[in-house]
Design a protein around this ligand. Structure first.
Ligand code: AVJ
Length: 323
């Protein structure tokens, strides 16, 4: 028999559905229309994201793994963390490099992955349980932006926020998020942030518009989520995937472009949403950083940057900051 997984659900399917209703109503009635990126990640969306991480064009995962492989030992020695908390943990695949280094260093007692996707978290915990039988595992289903109060309280904590997900937050949200994390940490505790770097759009754009169309399917998945959760009648195949580099904001923006005029009925909201032909629905921003920018933002939030590393090709950065 499979032992019960230690999983705290702070965000039930009902909570997520209520948040989706509010966000969908706000975003679909706005000009321009938009939806928050967290709704990509149902079971299918999480699986599509895992597929993205293996694409030739999508370098961030490999670049971050390279840095972690090189630096996990230094991170373990420097932090001496007893508790590793991972925000937006997904599969926690790269995180194993940190777990291994912290175990070898001898300090780590527990791992606390936190993710909005209960399905992804359960899969990750089941795999970790097998490979780390004596590590205390405690999963938390929560939204890292809105539920930081659920972070565990005890032990020298290292909060890891990997993959470049910080880029999903616009600057004002980032400032609030970083200040919120800082407020919950004590001196002697740590934050480790992975951030993608500004680079040639000829490299950036294909990472978000791959030849095999996996990212397009990931993007359209949010429409499948709306159809299922809100009884909407989007025809996802009538929306084209758009990924563009916004040089002023230095972020990649993903959109879904209506390929013809249409009206979509969102039954659970009692809402009819009209799209003009060519109208775009914004689904994600993925901000890219210049060296120094994240350090400044961390300092503004009350952190002291202790180390910063990049991969050998200088595509991605990992920043270790002390509370
Ligand atoms: C999981 C937020 C880091 O922004 O690169 C991948 C999500 N979107 N391809 C990113 C994503 C399109 C990803 N993050």
């Amino acid at each position: 028999t499979v032992p019960e997984l230690d999983l705290d659900v702070h965000l039930t399917a009902e909570d997520l559905a209520a948040a989706l209703r509010a966000d969908a109503r706000r975003g679909l009635t706005a000009t321009p229309k938009w939806l928050p990126p967290k709704y990509f990640y149902d079971a299918r969306g999480s699986a599509l994201f895992e597929e993205i991480t293996r694409l030739r064009e999508y370098y961030p995962t490999r670049a971050e793994r390279e840095i972690l492989a090189e630096r996990a030992g230094a991170i373990a020695r420097r932090t001496g963390a007893k508790v590793l908390v991972e925000l937006g943990s997904g599969s926690s695949e790269k995180t194993r490099l940190l777990l291994d280094a912290l175990r070898e260093h001898g300090t780590l007692g527990s791992f606390v992955p936190l993710d909005v996707s209960g399905a992804a978290l359960r899969d990750a915990l089941a795999a970790l349980r097998t490979d780390y039988p004596d590590l205390h595992l405690h999963g938390i289903v929560a939204d890292f932006v809105n539920h930081l109060e659920v972070l565990p309280e005890s032990g020298t904590r290292l909060v890891a926020f990997l993959g470049g997900t910080i880029g999903n937050l616009v600057p004002a949200e980032r400032a609030a998020f970083l200040a919120g994390v800082r407020a919950r940490l004590s001196p002697g505790e740590w934050l480790l942030i992975g951030a993608d770097l500004v680079k040639n759009p000829a490299v950036l754009v294909p990472a978000y518009d791959d030849a095999a169309g996996v990212t397009a399917e990931f993007n359209r998945n949010v429409l499948h989520v709306l159809n299922r959760e809100l009884h909407a009648d989007f025809n996802p195949s009538l929306f084209a995937h758009v990924a563009l580099w916004d040089p002023a904001n230095e972020w990649i923006e993903m959109r879904l472009r209506a390929t013809r005029p249409m009206t979509v009925h969102v039954a659970d909201l009692g809402l009819d949403v009209s799209f003009a032909g060519g109208e775009e629905l914004r689904t994600e921003v993925s901000a890219k950083f210049r060296p120094g920018r994240l350090a400044n933002e961390l300092a503004a939030a009350g952190f002291a940057v202790r180390d910063r590393w990049t991969d050998t090709l200088g595509r991605f950065s990992l920043t270790l900051a002390a509370a």
